[in-house]
Unconditional design. Structure first.
Lengths: 116, 113
């Protein structure tokens, strides 16, 4: 059971470099999310996609872009990485049938990103 | 805006001790409330939930009761095990629709044998 798959698991970038974090889910979920986790800050929402074809900003969107490539895939791009973007990034997905079950999020195992 | 406040950690307990992790919330509507757990090196996973006042969520010996009068959803376990060592996150979501969850900052629990 794959669930939510994130790649890569680890990445080191230099300031100014760009990269894309990939996320795919195989549960036929409509909604997908990107969070970052920092010590003492908990999880903060970067962007989310409530359904295929839509994306919305979360709490901390600056410096990031997203693409909902299809129902399965939701990528996060850092155009010009900064040391402040050093963090652990989590992708998550949920169903959204409107029944109230959409709140159960399924998380990937995370990407540890360091920007030097 | 909507928010969740958790007790600061870390919390260190001996095996078989009682656990309480406090969580209070601020919301404009009537949220659903959740506890998620993150084991070392893994993503978060749902531990339990409650969708209306006075509901009690329970799982793996943990339980939490939705208290509307005190806007609280404290996590409790009567006897912790070493395997319960993890980071615990309280979260809320407003119904209906695809409102993303709002998470607290997390509380790290370490249980020693």
């Amino acid at each position: 059971n794959a669930g939510v798959t994130q790649t890569p698991k680890f990445q080191v970038l230099k300031t100014g470099q760009s990269m894309t974090l990939q996320c795919a889910q195989d549960m036929n979920h409509n909604s997908m999310y990107w969070y970052r986790q920092d010590p003492g800050m908990g999880l903060r929402l970067i962007y989310y996609s409530a359904s295929e074809g839509t994306t919305d900003k979360g709490e901390v969107p600056n410096g990031y872009n997203v693409s909902r490539l299809n129902k399965r895939e939701f990528s996060l791009r850092l155009e010009s990485a900064a040391p402040s973007q050093t963090s652990v990034y989590f992708c998550a997905s949920s169903s959204s049938a409107g029944t109230g079950e959409n709140e159960k999020l399924f998380f990937g195992s995370g990407t540890q990103l360091s920007v030097l | 805006g909507d928010s969740v406040t958790q007790m600061e950690g870390p919390v260190t307990l001996s095996e078989e001790a009682c656990l309480t992790i406090n969580c209070t919330y601020t919301a404009t509507g009537y949220p659903s409330l959740f506890w998620y757990v993150q084991y070392p090196g893994e993503g978060l996973q749902l531990l339990l939930k409650a969708t209306k006042a006075d509901d009690k969520g329970s799982n793996k010996g943990f339980e939490a009761t939705y208290r509307k009068e005190t806007t609280s959803f404290h996590l409790e376990k009567g006897s912790v095990q070493v395997s319960d060592s993890a980071v615990y996150f309280c979260a809320l979501s407003l119904l209906p629709g695809n409102t993303p969850l709002v998470f607290g900052k997390g509380t790290r629990l370490s249980v020693i044998a």
